[in-house]
Every structure is written in structure tokens, then in C-alpha cells.
Design a protein around this ligand. Structure first.
Ligand SMILES: NC(=O)c1ccc[n+]([C@@H]2O[C@H](COP(=O)([O-])OP(=O)(O)OC[C@H]3O[C@@H](n4cnc5c(N)ncnc54)[C@H](OP(=O)(O)O)[C@@H]3O)[C@@H](O)[C@H]2O)c1
Length: 257
């Protein structure tokens, strides 16, 4: 029960890493506000969290809209009166080179992967300052620290998440607020098989993906959302009380090569 009595906002908690984190945080005793656009999945996560004995509210949210982001923070304060943890997790994975990236893809990548992180932080920070404590965990990527091919807009956005993390950490260290990023390597999520690895890609064929991972990843396998959630828990809890401005790679050794 490392988060007992804490209130956490998890953006993009309808699937993947966000969902796994919501369930782990519920197991650890946190009350939760979970966001996303897919209402049915969000409601299911809300129910699963409640079954674990905590309070949980799903808020249908499009994080590209400031008014939606504001509603999330208002809901947290109305329901729970405090915000201890903000996990800026919602994100999209977009492909392209500098030449092939369209204006639309560039803008949507910035809107969700960068601006939503800033918006949610801007809205939650005043409450955290008032409390004299708070933790923000941003979801970066191993591509926050190294680049990958044909993923120009995504790599750009995750690089920005890394520097937003460090800049916010410095600005708020004396307010008792810690800001860190979890940087996952390839983590197998349902989306890959439903929509593809990148937005608009072909769906991933499980057997083929597992074979490829066994060749290019040092540990020979993808990560799981649950493994990433454990690192988020570490950064969100007092176990990491002397860490701020840190990018925590959880990538099975991918960036060591
Ligand atoms: N899986 C990996 O290999 C990997 C590696 C490094 C980093 N990451 C990062 O991990 C985070 C979570 O991704 P995932 O891999 O767990 O995939 P995912 O299952 O597709 O999760 C993405 C989440 O973001 C939400 N989201 C996307 N756009 C949104 C919007 N406009 N408004 C509100 N919510 C939005 C989605 O909810 P709705 O669709 O319901 O809106 C969903 O809950 C992302 O930031 C991603 O970049 C993933």
C-alpha cells in the first residue's frame, strides 16, 4: 500500500501502460482519476479499480483540448480535494521522415505528446504548490534519449518530453514537487495488434513481432505494460524521494547497444 491516501491522475488510462498503471496504483491504495477518449474501456478500468477497494473516476477526455484537461483537474479536486500524483501518459506514436511527415501529423503529435503534458502540468501544479508536495511522472520513451528511423515527429515529441521533465524539475524542486520521466523501450500493448505500431500502420502480427524482438532487443523480448507500471510506481512513490529531473530507462537494455 505504497500510495495509501494519495490521489493520482492518470492520463490515457483506457489501455496499455496507462491501464496497467491504474490497476497497480489501485492495488497500492491510491484514489484515481483516469482519462481517455474511449468511454467503454475507461468505464471498465474504473470498475476494475473500484473492485480493488479504492475510489476511481473515469473522465472522458480529449487531451488536445484545454477545456477537457481543465475538467480533469476540476474533477480530481471536487472528488478528492487533492492531487498528489500526475502521470502524463496519453500519447500517440507517429511515423515519417522530415520530408514525409504531414502538417496534420506534426500538429497532432505536438498536441498530444507535448502540449497535453504541459497543459495538465500547468493545471495541476498550483494545487501541488498549495499542498507543498506532489509528483509528476511523464511518459517519455527510449526515443527521448536516442533517435529511431522513420519516426521523426514521435522522436521529436519524446525528446521534448525529456527536456520538459528536467525544466519542470528545476522550477519546482523547492516547492516539494518532483518531476521525472519513465522512458519505456518497446512494450507490447494491445494497440499494436488493433491499430499497428505507428498511427495508421498495418496491424502487428504477433508471431512476426516476437521473432523480430528476439533478434534486435538485448533481452530478446518486448517489455510488458505491467513492467513499465512498476517503474512508474517507483517514481510516483516516496521510494524515489531524492530523485527529480531523471529519465528512467526501462528498455530491456535497448539503449545500451
Ligand atoms: N508501448 C510502447 O512500446 C511505448 C514505448 C515508449 C513509450 N510509450 C508511451 O506510452 C504511452 C502510452 O502508450 P501505450 O503504449 O500504452 O499505448 P496505448 O494503449 O495506445 O495507450 C495510449 C493511451 O493514450 C490515450 N490517448 C491518446 N490520444 C489521446 C487524446 N487525444 N486524449 C486523451 N487520451 C489520449 C489513449 O486513450 P484513448 O484512445 O481512449 O483516447 C490510450 O489510453 C504513450 O505516451 C507512448 O508514447 C509506449
Amino acid at each position: 500500500m505504497r500510495l495509501k491516501g494519495k490521489v493520482a491522475i492518470i492520463t490515457g488510462g483506457t489501455s496499455g501502460i496507462g491501464k496497467a498503471t491504474a490497476l497497480l496504483f489501485a492495488d497500492e491504495g491510491a484514489n484515481l482519476v483516469v482519462t481517455g477518449r474511449r468511454v467503454e474501456l475507461g468505464k471498465a478500468v474504473e470498475a476494475e479499480c473500484r473492485q480493488r477497494g479504492v475510489r476511481c473516476v473515469f473522465v472522458e477526455t480529449d487531451h488536445s483540448k484545454m477545456e477537457d484537461c481543465r475538467r480533469v483537474v476540476e474533477t480530481a479536486l471536487k472528488e478528492f480535494g487533492q492531487i498528489d500524483i500526475l502521470f502524463n501518459n496519453a500519447g500517440i506514436v507517429t511515423k515519417g521522415t522530415a520530408e514525409t511527415t504531414s502538417e496534420e501529423t506534426w500538429q497532432s503529435t505536438i498536441d498530444i505528446n507535448i502540449t497535453a503534458v504541459w497543459r495538465m502540468s500547468k493545471l495541476a501544479l498550483p494545487q501541488m504548490k498549495k499542498q507543498g508536495r506532489g509528483v509528476i511522472v511523464n511518459n517519455g520513451s527510449d526515443w527521448s534519449v536516442v533517435a529511431g528511423k522513420d519516426a521523426f515527429p514521435y522522436v521529436m515529441s519524446k525528446g521534448a518530453v525529456g527536456m520538459m521533465t528536467k525544466a519542470m524539475a528545476l522550477d519546482y524542486a523547492r516547492d516539494g514537487i518532483r518531476v521525472n520521466a519513465v522512458c519505456p523501450g518497446d512494450t507490447f500493448v494491445d494497440r499494436w495488434m488493433e491499430k499497428g505500431y505507428f498511427e495508421g500502420d498495418e496491424k502487428v502480427v504477433l508471431e512476426q513481432a516476437i521473432k523480430e524482438a528476439s533478434e534486435y532487443l538485448p533481452m530478446g523480448r518486448f517489455g510488458t505494460p505491467e513492467e513499465i507500471a512498476k517503474a512508474v510506481l517507483f517514481l510516483a512513490s516516496d521510494d524515489s524521494s531524492f530523485m527529480t529531473g531523471h529519465l528512467l530507462l526501462v528498455d530491456g537494455g535497448n539503449t545500451a547497444q
